[in-house]
Design a protein around this ligand. Structure first.
Ligand code: ADP
Ligand code: ADP
Ligand code: SF4
Length: 601
C-alpha cells in the first residue's frame, strides 16, 4: 500500500515547535531515521519507505503541518507528478477527446491546475521520480493503453497545439498591454473576430484599454483570445469566475460552439455545477486530499458523473470520496418568512447617481431571512443596500429603520487587507469570539470553513479561495443586523460554496439578522435563498429591483430574462439547465415555468 507523508512548508515552523515530530516519533527513538531534520532545507523530511504510519507526529505537531495517508494499493507506480519530497502528488490525468468537451470537477488543491499544466506541455510530468527528469519515451510508455499515450506522443513531437485560459485572469494586464480590439485581432487565426465580438458581448468594450476592464470583462476578453487561436486542445481553467449568470450561459455556449468540431478537443475546469453540466459532454472527477494528493477518475457521462460527485461515491472504483452526500431540496420553500418579525421595510424607492437611475419596489426583510440577489454588475445592488443602511437617502420613498448596522463583504477581496496581517489579526479585528476556540462562532464557522489551520498564515501567502473564506468569516464575525455578501462563491469549490451557504444561514438564524447574498451561481442561489430579489435593466444606466419574491416566482422572472429553463435531477435534486430546444425546454417556456416543473407533474 503506497503511504504518502506530506509536510506543509508554510505551516511547519521548526524554530517554534521544539521539533515535536522528531522527539515523539517511536522509530526515531529507536534509532531509525523515519524523520530527519535537513539543515539545508531548514525543515524535517519524513522518509515514506521507513514510516510505519503510526500517526504520532501528525498529532504531536502543534501547527498541523503533517499529513500521512495510505492510498489504495492499485495506485502503486501510478503517480503522474510529484512536486517534491513530502509534497503534493497527482495520480492520473483527465483525458481530452476529439469533438467533445471534457468537464473537470474537484476540490481546490487536488491538482486540477497541475493537470492542465501537464496537458498543455508547460509542466513535464516526472512520474513521481524526483531523482531525474523523465524522458518523453518513458512518459509515453507510462500512458500505454490509454488515449493519453497518443496524446503525449503528439505533444512530444510538437504536433499538438494547446491554448490555455489560466485561472487568475486579473494577472493578465500586468503582462499584456493594448486595447481589446487590437489584442483580439492580433490573436485571431480562425477569422472569428466578428463572431466572438458579438457572441461574448465585447461590442461595448471593443476600443477599451485592457487595464480599464472589470474582472468579468477581462474574463470574456481572454476567453475570446483563446477561442480565436487555431488549436487542437483548448483548456479553460474556471471560465465563469467574475461573470454574472447571463454571461456564464453566453460563454458556455461560445466555448461549445467554437471548440466542438474539426477534431478539436476541449477541457473545462469549473465549480459552477449548472455551467459544468451545460458545457460538458463527459466529466472527470478529481478527488483526494487538498494539498496532499489528487486522483483523476475515469470519464463519466455528465449527469452520472455529477451525481457520483454529489453522492460522494464512485461505483466503478468502489471509492468513497466524501462521507456525506450533498443533497438539494426537491421543492423550493413555498412561503416567504412572513411569520418572522420584520427587520426592515421600505416603500417604492428611487435614486439617481450621476447617469444611473435606480428604482426599487417596496419590500420587507425578516429576521433570519436570507435573500438571494441576482442581476448583472453595475445594476444598483450596492446602491440599494446603501439606501437601506442610511448611508445615502433615496430621492423618493423611505426606509423604515435608519439605524441598522451593516456588515459588507465586497466582490473583490484581494486588495482588502494588508499582505503582512495574519488571518488571526483579521478575524480578531472583527470579533474576539472569532478566534476563541470555545466560542460558537469558532466551532460552527471558522472550523467548518477549515480556517482554523490558517490562523497564523500571512494574508499575502493565501490562495484566492482561502482569502475569500476569510473575507466571508470576517464579515459574519462582525455583529450586525444586515449582512451583504457580494459573490461569496468566487474562487471556492463546490463543497466550499455549500459550506459557506450553510454558514451564512446558521449565522442569520442564530443572530436573528438577515443577509442579502449577491450570487451568480444559480445552484447556490437555489440552495441558500429563502426569497429572491431580481435586479434588471441596463447596467450603468438604469436598474429596477423587484420586492423580495417567493423563490419560485423570482427564479421564474430571472430565468425568463436569461431564456433558459431548469429541471430537477431526480436523484440529487440539483437544478439542471435544459438543452436549448429540447422537449422540456420548449414545454416549460410555453407554460411559463422556467424554474422547473415539480416532480411528478
Ligand atoms: P487545484 O487547481 O485543484 O486547486 P493545483 O493543481 O493548483 O490544485 O495544486 C495542487 C497542489 O499542488 C496544491 O496543494 C498546491 O499547493 C501544490 N502545488 C502547486 N504548484 C506547486 C509547486 N510548483 N510546487 C509545490 N507544490 C505545488
Ligand atoms: P452593483 O452593486 O449592482 O454592481 P452599484 O450600485 O455599485 O451596482 O452601481 C450602479 C451604477 O451606479 C454603476 O454604473 C455605478 O457606476 C453608478 N454609481 C454608483 N455610485 C455612484 C456615484 N456616487 N456617482 C455616480 N455614479 C455612481
Ligand atoms: Fe515542528 Fe510540526 Fe514542523 Fe515537525 S512538522 S518540525 S513538529 S512544525
Amino acid at each position: 500500500m503506497p503511504r504518502i507523508a506530506v509536510l506543509d512548508k508554510e505551516l511547519c515552523k521548526p524554530s517554534k515547535c521544539g521539533l515535536e515530530c522528531l522527539r515523539f516519533c517511536p522509530l526515531v527513538r529507536t534509532g531509525v531515521k523515519a524523520i530527519e531534520f535537513k539543515e539545508n532545507m531548514k525543515r524535517p523530511v519524513i522518509h515514506e519507505n521507513l514510516c510505519i504510519g503510526c500517526g504520532i507526529c501528525v498529532k504531536k505537531c502543534p501547527f498541523k503541518a503533517i499529513t500521512i495517508v495510505n492510498l489504495p494499493a492499485e495506485l502503486e507506480g501510478e503517480c503522474v507528478h510529484r512536486y517534491g519530497v513530502n509534497a503534493f502528488r497527482l495520480y492520473g490525468l483527465p483525458i481530452p477527446k476529439p469533438r467533445l468537451v471534457t468537464g473537470v470537477i474537484g476540490k481546490n488543491g487536488t491538482g486540477k491546475t497541475t493537470s492542465l499544466k501537464i496537458l498543455s506541455g508547460k509542466l513535464k510530468p516526472n512520474l513521481g521520480d524526483l531523482s531525474r527528469e523523465a524522458s518523453w519515451d518513458e512518459i509515453i510508455r507510462f500512458f500505454r493503453g490509454s488515449e493519453l499515450q497518443t496524446y503525449f506522443k503528439k505533444l512530444s513531437e510538437g504536433k499538438l497545439r494547446v491554448v490555455h485560459k489560466i485561472q487568475y485572469v486579473d494577472l493578465i494586464p500586468r503582462y499584456v498591454k493594448g486595447t481589446v480590439s487590437s489584442l483580439i485581432e492580433k490573436a485571431d487565426e480562425r477569422g472569428l473576430v466578428d463572431c466572438l465580438k458579438e457572441d461574448l458581448g465585447l461590442v461595448k468594450i471593443w476600443d477599451r484599454d485592457i487595464k480599464m476592464l472589470s474582472g468579468g470583462e477581462l474574463q470574456r476578453f481572454i476567453i475570446a483570445t483563446v477561442l480565436c487561436k487555431d488549436a487542437d486542445l483548448y483548456l479553460f481553467d474556471e471560465p465563469s469566475s467574475y461573470l454574472d449568470a447571463y454571461e456564464r450561459v453566453r460563454i458556455a455556449k461560445a466555448i461549445r460552439r467554437y471548440t466542438v468540431g474539426d477534431n478539436r478537443m476541449c477541457i473545462v475546469v469549473e465549480h459552477d455545477l449548472a455551467v459544468l453540466d451545460y458545457i460538458s459532454d463527459h466529466i472527470c472527477i478529481i478527488f483526494g486530499e487538498p494539498g496532499v494528493y489528487g486522483i483523476v477518475s475515469n470519464p463519466y457521462g455528465t449527469g452520472t458523473g455529477i451525481n457520483h460527485f454529489l453522492e460522494g461515491f464512485l461505483p466503478d472504483l468502489n471509492m468513497r470520496i466524501r462521507s456525506e452526500p450533498i443533497r438539494f431540496r426537491l421543492k423550493p420553500p413555498s412561503t416567504p418568512r412572513t411569520v418572522e418579525q420584520p427587520l426592515l421595510e421600505w416603500s417604492n424607492l428611487e435614486k439617481k447617481l450621476g447617469e444611473f437611475h435606480l428604482t426599487v419596489s417596496e419590500g420587507c426583510i425578516h429576521e433570519g431571512e436570507v435573500i438571494g440577489v441576482v442581476g448583472p454588475n453595475g445594476i444598483g445592488k450596492t446602491t440599494f443596500v446603501r439606501m437601506l443602511s442610511g448611508e445615502i437617502s433615496p430621492d423618493s420613498g423611505e426606509v423604515s429603520e435608519k439605524t441598522i448596522k451593516i456588515s459588507y463583504k465586497p466582490q473583490y477581496v484581494s486588495s482588502k487587507y494588508s499582505e503582512d496581517l495574519t488571518v488571526r489579526d483579521v478575524l480578531m479585528r472583527a470579533s474576539k469570539d472569532a478566534i476563541s476556540t470555545s466560542s460558537w462562532f469558532f466551532q460552527e464557522i471558522v472550523v467548518k470553513l477549515r480556517l482554523d489551520r490558517l490562523l497564523d498564515r500571512r494574508i499575502g501567502d493565501l490562495s484566492g479561495g482561502e482569502l475569500q473564506k476569510i473575507a466571508i468569516a470576517e464579515c459574519l464575525a462582525t455583529q450586525a443586523d444586515l449582512y451583504l455578501l457580494d459573490e461569496p462563491s468566487a474562487y471556492l469549490d463546490v463543497e466550499e460554496r455549500l459550506a459557506v451557504a450553510t454558514s451564512i444561514r446558521r449565522v442569520m438564524e442564530t443572530r436573528k439578522a438577515a443577509a442579502l447574498v449577491v450570487e451568480h451561481d444559480v445552484i447556490i442561489v437555489d440552495f441558500i435563498s429563502d426569497s429572491l430579489m431580481v435586479f434588471r435593466g441596463d447596467p450603468g444606466v438604469r436598474g429596477h429591483a423587484t420586492s423580495p419574491l417567493e423563490l419560485k416566482n423570482g427564479m421564474n422572472i430571472f430565468l425568463a430574462d436569461l431564456q433558459i429553463t431548469f429541471r430537477r435531477d431526480v436523484r440529487s435534486g440539483r437544478p439542471r439547465i435544459n438543452k436549448e430546444g429540447s422537449y422540456l425546454d420548449r414545454y416549460q417556456k410555453r407554460i411559463g415555468e422556467y424554474y422547473y416543473v415539480e416532480l411528478g407533474k
